[in-house]
Write a protein that binds this ligand. Structure first.
Ligand code: AMP
Length: 118
């Protein structure tokens, strides 16, 4: 079994978060250290450490993450201007919490995606 992270405790509501949405497959809460006016995390309820660990049976949860991103973006009022969805994976992706999560970021122009090396 993969090691639980703080996100498992948020999903089970053992520790508080600014919870926006929860269903049978995913949980959505505000990032504690936002980089933009809207910065929420969309997390599968099942503990999958990284994108490299997904299995075909996880496709319903991964698909739900996208449809819920659309719903939350509309509710946050950022759908028309647009936003960015990011899933980091492991060290080079700068993943800090080893429980898959999709960042939904918007509410300001985000600029180019990744800085080129100088
Ligand atoms: P990543 O670098 O993709 O693993 O992103 C981890 C994200 O989790 C960061 O943006 C953190 O600010 C966020 N985070 C860490 N702990 C919490 C928490 N307790 N509640 C909400 N967001 C958190």
């Amino acid at each position: 079994m993969p090691e639980e992270t703080i996100f498992s405790k948020i999903i089970s509501r053992e520790i508080p978060s600014e919870l926006l949405y929860q269903d049978d497959l995913v949980t959505v809460f505000r990032d504690i250290n936002p980089v933009a006016p809207t910065h929420v995390l969309i997390v599968p309820n099942k503990l999958i450490p990284t994108i490299d660990d997904v299995e075909p049976e996880d496709e319903p949860a991964l698909g739900r993450m996208i449809t819920v991103a659309k719903k939350i973006a509309r509710e946050e009022g950022i759908a028309e201007d647009g936003y960015r969805l990011i899933i980091n994976c492991r060290e080079h992706g700068n993943q800090e919490v080893m429980h898959i999560h999709m960042h939904l970021i918007g509410g300001r122009a985000l600029g180019g995606m990744i800085k080129r090396p100088a």
